[in-house]
Design a protein around this ligand. Structure first.
Ligand SMILES: C[S@@+](CC[C@H](N)C(=O)[O-])C[C@H]1O[C@@H](n2cnc3c(N)ncnc32)[C@H](O)[C@@H]1O
Length: 264
C-alpha cells in the first residue's frame, strides 16, 4: 500500500520537484547521451529534467498506476521533451535486459517499498557494468518544525506508524547505505542534504499541503482505517499545520540521504 496516495494534495506537492534539486548528487554521472531509468517517476517533474540533461540520450519513467501515469504524460507533453517514454511497470520486475541503462534513479520511492533491497538489486541488474544506481530518500524522524508544535509532533508519529503498517520504512534515508550493500553494491558513496522551508512561499506551501493531505488523501484514510488517528484528531493536526504555515517566524527542516553506487 502506497502511504501518500495519488490524490491532488500529494501529487501537486511532488510536482514541484526538479532534477536540479533532487538529482544533483548524480548529475556528474549523467552525460548528454545517457540512457536513464527513473523508477517511481510520479508526476515526472524530475524525469523531464533528467531528459533535458540527457538531450541525446533517453529517459524511461516507470510507475505502477494509470492514474499517476496520466499526470506524468501531461507533464511530459507540457515540457515538450521527445526523448522520454513512460511505462506501467514495477521496480521489482523490470522488463528490461541486464545492462540496458547507464543510470537507474529512484527519488523518494524506497521509503514506500516493503522490500527496498530487492528493488535496488533489480535496479542494479538493468544497469550496465560501470553504470550507476542513484537513490534519494528522506528521513521522517528528522522532520522538525520551529516553533515546536504538538500537532506536527503527532503528525510525525501517525505518519511513521501508517508507513510502517504498510510494511515500509519512513526513515529510509539513513537505511540506504546498508540497503545498497545488502543489494550487492558495496562501494556506496553517501551524501546528505538538509531540506529547509522558511521563505513565505515554501513554508506556506509545505504546511498547507500537509494540512490538506491529513484530510483528503490515502494517508488520511489509512490513518483512520488502521486506528492511528480518527477524523477529529486529523482535523486537529491539520489546523496545527495551518497555524504553523501562517506563522512568519516558522521554519522546518529534515534530512535526505543520497546513495550513489557504480555497478561492477
Ligand atoms: C513519493 S512518490 C515520488 C515520485 C517521484 N519520484 C518524485 O520524487 O516526485 C513515490 C512513487 O513511487 C511509486 N511506486 C510505489 N511502488 C512502486 C513500485 N513497486 N515500482 C515503481 N514505482 C513505485 C508510487 O506510485 C509513487 O508515485
Amino acid at each position: 500500500m502506497y502511504t501518500h496516495g495519488h490524490q491532488p494534495a500529494a501529487v501537486t506537492q511532488h510536482a514541484k520537484r526538479t532534477a536540479e534539486d533532487c538529482a544533483a548528487f548524480a548529475r556528474h554521472v549523467i552525460g548528454t547521451d545517457s540512457q536513464i531509468l527513473d523508477v517511481g517517476c510520479g508526476p515526472a517533474s524530475i524525469t523531464v529534467g533528467l531528459a533535458r540533461w540527457a538531450e541525446r540520450g533517453h529517459v524511461t519513467g516507470i510507475e505502477v498506476t494509470d492514474e499517476i501515469l496520466t499526470t506524468a504524460a501531461a507533464t511530459v507533453a507540457e515540457a515538450g521533451v521527445g526523448n522520454l517514454t513512460l511505462a506501467k511497470e514495477s521496480v521489482y520486475e523490470l522488463p528490461y535486459d541486464d545492462g540496458t541503462f547507464d543510470l537507474a534513479y529512484a527519488h523518494q520511492v524506497c521509503q514506500h517499498l516493503s522490500d527496498p533491497v530487492a528493488a535496488i538489486r533489480e535496479m542494479a541488474r538493468v544497469v550496465r557494468p560501470s553504470g550507476w544506481v542513484a537513490v534519494r530518500d528522506s528521513d521522517y524522524s528528522t522532520m522538525r518544525p520551529y516553533p515546536s508544535s504538538d500537532e506536527v509532533t503527532r503528525w510525525r508519529e501517525v505518519y511513521r506508524a501508517v508507513c510502517r503498517h504498510n510494511g515500509a520504512e519512513p526513515d529510509a534515508g539513513r537505511h540506504l547505505y546498508a540497503w545498497f550493500r545488502q543489494a550487492g553494491l558495496p562501494q556506496v558513496q553517501m551524501s546528505g542534504v538538509v531540506q529547509q522551508f522558511w521563505t513565505d512561499e515554501t513554508r506556506r506551501n509545505w504546511g498547507r499541503s500537509w494540512a490538506d493531505r491529513c484530510l483528503s488523501t490515502a494517508f488520511a484514510r489509512q490513518a483512520a482505517e488502521y486506528g492511528y488517528a480518527d477524523r477529529d484528531e486529523l482535523e486537529w493536526i491539520a489546523a496545527g499545520w495551518r497555524a504553523w504555515a501562517d506563522n512568519p517566524d516558522a521554519y522546518f527542516h529534515y534530512v535526505h540521504g543520497q546513495a550513489l553506487a557504480q555497478v561492477a
